[in-house]
Design a protein around this ligand. Structure first.
Ligand SMILES: [Mg+2]
Length: 279
């Protein structure tokens, strides 16, 4: 059995971002299934924290099984499941207008909320929250309804995440931030809270659920402005892995600018591939 490098030898939880760390598009990143198994063999709990709210946790379980990574429903913390948990703390059994896909709608429903398809003309007042996430079927009409719920009905505006882009196997697509910005523009309001990374809600939830102190957890991420920033804000160990969005040059560039940027953007460690976490 291989051992972890000394810097990581005390960790008890490994939090993996998914896109760019475990897979790219539909393709498993080389050897990551074996690396995850080796961590588990060292009694390290592996969990997954993704900003992608479009699919449910059950769909993530099936996706990872399909890539030869055994996992459980409770191993996943998506921006959709985190949003559903946090919204429930604000109000139970609420009425919500959603811009988003099945992942977000189902996670909210599973927590007892009523997801409204289309409020009636007099129904905008009944909508408690407008929750915005990535929606590839986003339309002008969705935006108009969200605007009315907020401006006429007084609904509170929340977002799953504000990623500007979504990496896919052959490049980039628009991310959830585009929809969030659209709602922001036509209402003049910013989301009250954005629940996904770089906010630390998800990581704090993981530490709470697993009852492990922050200094015993590491996040493996491929983006400074989401994964690394969230990890540093939560006070856990942060490790950049260069298999996704960020290159070595981009990390060097951040380090050069360290006097003028948020210091929390800088990872504690950078690995070319996660094979390097073992001796
Ligand atoms: Mg990623």
């Amino acid at each position: 059995m291989r051992e972890l490098v000394d810097d990581l030898s005390g960790i008890r939880i490994a939090i993996f971002d998914l896109d760019g760390v475990v897979y790219r598009g539909q393709t498993l990143i080389k050897n990551i299934d074996n690396i995850i198994q080796e961590l588990k063999d060292l009694s390290i709990k592996v969990v997954y924290n993704s900003n992608n709210s479009t699919i449910t946790r059950q769909m993530y379980v099936e996706r990872l099984y399909g890539l030869n990574i055994p996992c459980e429903y409770s191993d996943f913390y998506t921006s959709a499941s985190i949003t559903a948990m946090e919204i429930t703390k604000i109000k139970i059994n609420s009425n919500i207008y959603v811009i988003g896909e099945i992942g977000l709608r189902e996670e909210l429903r599973a927590m007892g909320h009523n997801v409204i398809k289309k409020p009636s003309k007099s129904g905008y007042n009944d909508v408690d929250f407008v929750v915005v996430g990535l929606d590839v079927h986003f339309t002008y009409n969705n935006l108009a309804i969200a605007q009315r719920c907020i401006l006429e009905g007084g609904a509170q505006f929340y977002a799953t995440n504000a990623d500007v882009t979504l990496p896919v196997s052959d490049g980039l697509m628009p991310g959830a931030g585009v929809m969030v910005n659209a709602v922001e523009t036509c209402t003049g309001q910013k989301p009250i809270t954005i629940f996904g990374k770089p906010e630390p809600h998800g990581i704090n939830m993981i530490l709470d659920d697993l009852k492990v102190p922050a200094n015993k957890a590491v996040i493996f991420g491929d983006r400074a402005e989401t994964d690394i920033l969230a990890g540093n804000r939560a006070g856990i160990i942060t490790a950049m892995v260069l298999t996704g969005v960020y290159s070595k040059e981009m990390v060097d560039e951040l380090e050069k600018k360290s006097n003028s940027i948020d210091i929390n953007l800088l990872p504690d460690f950078t690995f070319n591939t996660l094979d390097e976490i073992f001796k």
